[in-house]
Structure formats: structure tokens, C-alpha cells
Design a protein around this ligand. Structure first.
Ligand SMILES: [Zn+2]
Length: 310
């Protein structure tokens, strides 16, 4: 989830809904990554014994972001961790303030280090920091990119294996196919369209950019260019501007063309054909790769982030 709201409102919300920002009894640590500082607050006392594990979790997620984007997106970010009874991670929300980011997330008091290692949500929330806030009807691109980039970023930083990351994509991506009554990405206000429709758009765009550039550029190049042009969560951009900057960076107008195709009408993607071309197969929960598949080099470039030598 993400939302850009004015700084004053964030403070108001945090006092009203989240409890006051770091109080004297908060556990508070900073993580430095590159030139960025991430301030981590444990809001509830029952998380104190887990402080080191929680910091490792936040650090791993920030390293996944750095692996994908080449840097952490904001100089200053605050992460407030609340607790609940039980285990797991839930209720992540990300906000942009004037010059910084703010992530609020909840962790169960019984959550193990292994569960934190497998968690996707912290990386998902941090992806939101890397992208500008766009008008509400395009919310699918904010969520869809976070869903698509998260496993790839974790794979590149060594937090997930390629089998895990690609296997999850094969398992989950069909949720992004348009359902009956769907009217395109901009006009279908459902959970599946917002999260997985947006992820499917991102995946198709990534493969298409790589096909048209002889695998020299990918969606990651477009997203880095958007971030480096100042398009992070603290900024409001029109979607047209976002795609224009991204397309210019990769030299092919894939984002704008794909958006024109998918914004107003349902488009079903031949996912089975794409997995076959990329050489990914998932049978009974086991994922295997075929390196002789026609687009195996594209799968490899998405996996590693490295363009093959021409
Ligand atoms: Zn989200």
C-alpha cells in the first residue's frame, strides 16, 4: 500500500491513529545504506527482544532495493514497527512526506527470524518509495510495480533463489488476467486488477523492452531513470510524464504503447506462451528452467540485472 499525503497530515495521522512518533520509551536505531539513513522505531515494548532480527529484516529489504535500483531512493526514511499478538507481517503502509519517506508496518510478537527472512512486505513497501505518486485512477501502476519488482529485487540481493522468485511469478501472475466485466487498467477498481493487473503490465513491459533492445535494456533501466529524474514518492507526477521518462531511458516506447493498449480495455496475456519462451516451468510446486528456450537470455537478464555482452 502507499499513499502520498502532506507532511502535516502524516503527523496528524500518526498522532491520531498510530500513537505519537518516537516517544521516550521507543527503541530507535538507524540503518545507513549508501548515502541514505533509515530510522527504525519499535513502537511497542513486546518487540524489544527482537530488535536485532527486525533491524536485519529492514536492512535486507533496503539491500534488495539497492540491488534493483542502484541506490536507496530517499536520503531520509522512517520505519515505525508496531506489534500484534501472533506471528507474521501485515498492514504495511508507505507515505511520502516533504523530503522523506515513512513506512508503518506491524509485526507479530511471535514472529521468527525465518519468517522475517521470507517476508515480502517490507521490500514491497520500500519499492513504493522509488516511484512518484500518480493520480488515483492509475493506482494499479504503483501497486503493480511493487508486486513485480519485490521478488526480483530480493532475488538479485540473494534473499530469494531464482526458483522461488520465478516459481511465485508463474503461480501468481494469472491473477492479473482481466476478469469478466473488466474495463482496462484505469477503469477496473478491484484488488486483482490493482495489484496483479499492474504486475502483469510490468512483466509484459519488461520482456518487451528487452526484446526490442536486444536484451540491452529492461524495465529496471526505465525505473532507475524515473527515480533519478526525481520521481520518488515525495513527488506528484502525471502518468504520461512517468512513462515518457522511462521510455526515453530505454530508447523504445514500450511503456506508453502498452499503456495505450491496456488502459481502457481488457487485454488477456498469453502467459503460458511467455513462460515457455522464457524457459520457466512449474510442476507440482517445483520450478525448473530451460536454458535452450528462445528467451532464456532475457530470463537470465531479469534474474541477474546484467545485460549480456553483444
Ligand atoms: Zn503496496
Amino acid at each position: 500500500m502507499n499513499k502520498r499525503i502532506p507532511a502535516a497530515l502524516v503527523v496528524a495521522c500518526s498522532l491520531l491513529l498510530l500513537g505519537a512518533r518516537p516517544a521516550s520509551n521507543d527503541h530507535f536505531s538507524s540503518i545507513v545504506i549508501g548515502g541514505s539513513t533509515i530510522d527504525v522505531s519499535l513502537v511497542d515494548d513486546d518487540l524489544k527482544p527482537k530488535q536485532d532480527e527486525l533491524l536485519t529484516w529492514v536492512r535486507n529489504a533496503s539491500q534488495a532495493i539497492e540491488a534493483y535500483y542502484g541506490k536507496f531512493p530517499l536520503t531520509e526514511t522512517s520505519v515505525n514497527i508496531h506489534s500484534f499478538d501472533g506471528s507474521g507481517v501485515r498492514a504495511g503502509r508507505t507515505f511520502g512526506r516533504t523530503d522523506s519517506g515513512f513506512i508503518r508496518i506491524s509485526v507479530g510478537a511471535d514472529t521468527t527470524a525465518a519468517e522475517l527472512h521470507k517476508d515480502w512486505m517490507m521490500t514491497h513497501e520500500m519499492v513504493h518509495l522509488t516511484f512518484p505518486s500518480v493520480p488515483e485512477q492509475h493506482h494499479w501502476i504503483e501497486e503493480g510495480l511493487a508486486v513485480y519488482v519485490e521478488p526480483i529485487a530480493r532475488m538479485r540481493s540473494g534473499n530469494m533463489t531464482p526458483e522461488e522468485a520465478w516459481g511465485e511469478m508463474v503461480r501468481d501472475m494469472p491473477q492479473g488476467q482481466p476478469q469478466s466485466g473488466a474495463e482496462g487498467l484505469d477503469h477496473t477498481d478491484t484488488w486483482a486488477n490493482t495489484y496483479w493487473g499492474g504486475a502483469l503490465f510490468s512483466f509484459v513491459a519488461d520482456v518487451e523492452i528487452r526484446k526490442r533492445t536486444h536484451n540491452q535494456k529492461g524495465l529496471d533501466d526505465a525505473l532507475r531513470a524515473i527515480l533519478n529524474a526525481g520521481g520518488n514518492i515525495t513527488q506528484d507526477w502525471e502518468l504520461h510524464r512517468v512513462f515518457e521518462v522511462g521510455d526515453k531511458a530505454v530508447g523504445v516506447p514500450v511503456l506508453e504503447e502498452l499503456y495505450d493498449k491496456m488502459k481502457d480495455k481488457p487485454v488477456t496475456v498469453d502467459l503460458d506462451g511467455m513462460w515457455k519462451e522464457l524457459g520457466v516451468s512449474r510442476q507440482n510446486g517445483t520450478t525448473t528452467f530451460n536454458d535452450r528456450a528462445p528467451l532464456a537470455a532475457i530470463r537470465e537478464a531479469i534474474t541477474t540485472g546484467k545485460a549480456p555482452k553483444r
